[in-house]
Design a protein around this ligand. Structure first.
Ligand code: PBG
Length: 333
């Protein structure tokens, strides 16, 4: 029977009312299409040198830099909540930074010590992911080697490959190249395999846009003031979306296990597009600028804190398997 006929018989219109299933909380729960759990989240942690330090970051309210001895409680809390993985980012002392980012290959650098500390205490109760890129270590703040105002591709990969193998040797579970050099995934995969790290995973930041939403992060790792120029010759142009499919398809062929799209909320269309096309695990990075905007909005009482959950579920709706977010250890789910 058509809608019109039912209407004529009962006198009620409309006959289909979507609000019926929204009437009670229990009913709304039954028709939920997406949910958010701690198991969907990855917690980024900023590291600093020193002892017993918890340093606030001006541009990121409620986010801190921790000295390694503080990791026991920070990581312990993540384990108790059921967060499956943390991501380590170092704030390197200026005196260790140089033109070639050589500190990245120091077996005793902040990240290496952080990985060892966590692995020793938590074994495989939580995964450790590390960025592969030179920006925390270079005096110019770029992700690769800078020579005559150019970021060298192949020469940078040589170093990144060593950085990845070193991190794996320390116990890093997931290698996450975030540098956007061409061809680095293949080189890193074969170097890991050659060194018997064939079970170490690669999460490629395959789709990383040149974005102003990274500002607070660069402040957090101390590269903001150093950065010369921008990263447009290696990170993607935010006007493009088909290009993201070319990036992802190359990285899958080169051996990426998982793919990251970054930033997050302004790129939900890209997450969906990549997921629909390749059916692989796609991770979303809700980056520092997105975090600070929401946090400032909450602090200024412009929005309430349920906005956090709303923002995170948008990634699930778009098809993300997992989300890196600075809210991971702050939200109650
Ligand atoms: C470095 C890196 C950046 C972020 C993660 N890894 C910054 C950049 O590329 O300049 C940004 C993360 C954030 O903003 O939260 N390769």
């Amino acid at each position: 029977m058509s809608h019109n006929k039912i209407h004529m018989i009962t006198g009620k219109y409309p006959n289909l009312r979507l609000r019926r299933s929204r009437k009670y909380a229990w009913s709304r729960k039954l028709i939920q299409e997406n949910t958010l759990n701690y198991s969907d989240l990855i917690l980024p942690i900023f590291l600093i040198e020193g002892k017993n330090k918890k340093e606030s970051i001006k541009s990121m309210p409620n986010v801190f830099r921790y000295s390694i001895d503080k990791l026991n409680s920070v990581v312990g809390k993540a384990v108790r909540k059921g967060i499956p993985m943390i991501a380590l980012f170092p704030h390197i002392n200026q005196k260790f930074k140089d033109q070639n980012g050589s500190e990245a290959l120091n077996e005793n650098n902040l990240v290496c010590r952080g990985i060892k500390y966590i692995k020793k205490r938590f074994k495989n109760k939580i995964g450790i992911m590390c960025d592969v890129a030179l920006d925390p270590y270079t005096s110019h703040g770029h992700d690769g080697l800078l020579v005559n105002k150019k970021i060298l591709n192949d020469e940078t990969i040589e170093i990144l490959t060593k950085q990845a193998v070193l991190q794996a040797k320390m116990g890093c579970d997931v290698i996450a190249p975030s540098d956007m050099m061409d061809g680095r995934i293949g080189k890193i995969r074969s170097a890991l395999d050659k060194n018997n790290f064939d079970d170490v995973q690669i999460l490629s930041y395959a789709v990383k846009y040149s974005s102003s939403f990274y500002g607070p992060f660069r402040d957090a790792v101390g590269s903001k003031k150093l950065l010369k120029g921008d990263k447009k010759t290696y990170q993607m142009d935010y006007r493009n979306s088909d290009e993201s499919l070319r990036e992802v398809s190359l990285d899958i062929k080169e051996g990426a296990d998982m793919i990251m799209v970054k930033p997050g909320m302004p790129y939900l269309d890209v997450i969906k597009k990549v997921k629909d096309k390749f059916k692989i695990p796609v991770f979303a990075y809700q980056v520092s600028g997105e975090y600070s905007l929401i946090m400032n909005g909450i602090n200024q009482k412009l929005i309430d804190k349920t906005s956090i959950k709303e923002s995170l579920i948008s990634f699930k709706r778009a098809g993300a398997s997992s989300i890196i977010t600075y809210f991971a250890d702050q939200i109650d789910l």
